[in-house]
Design a protein around this ligand. Structure first.
Ligand code: G
Ligand code: G
Ligand code: MN
Ligand code: NA
Length: 246
């Protein structure tokens, strides 16, 4: 389709770029990580949202080149953090289509192997809307990735039906509580959320609250026992140079 063709051109012309949103350690109140988020600004200045172009990229297969581009951006950012002695983790969103393609995982493994183990770390964020049929392919690959010190985060946690079941099957280091849960402190949602958080904690997973926009959201995230928080209360996604200035 037209959007996919435009997206391929944009990728080739350098019109896609990464912004980075800080995550705050809720103990030390320090920036401990950044999540890379893909952005597209068309030549005419119009911004297209990732909620539109990521699904288009997945339909057309451009997600493989886009994902490789984002991973390379994150590796470069990670290397700069290491070079300047900053203990800041870098997270990148990876779609399940990428994880079923061996060349992507092989590349990630090769890049992780080139880097010395220890902090800071790279983390890949995967969503829980993963086809069950892909799990037998993806789980062993994620275990290889984990063996090299790369973290695996379950994004949008708590929004799907299969979330607890899938959490048990995947070799995770982290769950990210979806912003809809952090922002709606309804009692019914709260009970299911607490159960999910408890299971994650039992497994020793790091828990990150997303969409923290207000002091109330932050208090809720603390009350739930989250380790880290991300959201507009702290910082919006920002450019590479703004991250470095921070
Ligand atoms: O940045 P924003 O919150 O608008 O992102 C919307 C959605 O697009 C989120 O679900 C986010 O995970 C996804 N997204 C953003 N950047 C990337 C990327 O580089 N790769 C993939 N697969 N998804 C991304
Ligand atoms: O990958 P994930 O689905 O978590 O994507 C995060 C998305 O949420 C990004 O598109 C980012 O721009 C957006 N976002 C980040 N912080 C906030 C926030 O505090 N409130 C809202 N509504 N969205 C946020
Ligand atoms: Mn994410
Ligand atoms: Na999310």
């Amino acid at each position: 389709d037209n959007l996919s063709a435009d997206l391929a051109t944009a990728l080739a012309h350098g019109d896609l770029y990464a912004l980075y949103q800080p995550q705050i350690d809720l103990r030390g109140e320090q920036i401990c990580a950044v999540e890379a988020l893909c952005r597209w600004r068309r030549a005419d200045g119009e911004a297209v949202g990732p909620d539109v172009f990521i699904p288009a990229a997945e339909r057309s297969g451009i997600i493989h080149d886009l994902g490789r581009f984002m991973l390379d951006e994150c590796l470069a950012m990670h290397d700069r953090f290491v070079a300047t002695g900053r203990a800041i983790d870098v997270s990148v969103n990876v779609s399940s289509m990428q994880l079923t393609r061996s060349s992507f995982v092989d590349y990630l493994i090769a890049q992780a192997a080139k880097r010395s183990p220890g902090a800071p770390t790279m983390t890949i964020e995967i969503t829980e809307s993963m086809p069950v049929s892909d799990m037998s392919v993806i789980v062993p690959r994620l275990e290889e990735v984990r063996a090299l010190g790369v973290g695996v985060s379950l994004d949008d946690f708590g929004t799907g039906h299969a979330s607890l079941a899938q959490m048990q099957l995947l070799p995770l280091t982290e769950v990210k509580l979806d912003r809809s849960l952090i922002q709606s402190a309804s009692r019914k949602a709260g009970r299911a959320l607490r159960e999910g958080v408890e299971r994650a904690r039992d497994r020793g997973l790091r828990i990150v609250a997303e969409g923290v926009e207000t002091e109330e959201h932050l208090a809720y995230a603390r009350d739930l026992g989250c380790d880290r928080a991300q959201g507009y209360l702290f910082a919006a996604p920002m450019s590479t140079s703004d991250v470095e200035a921070l």
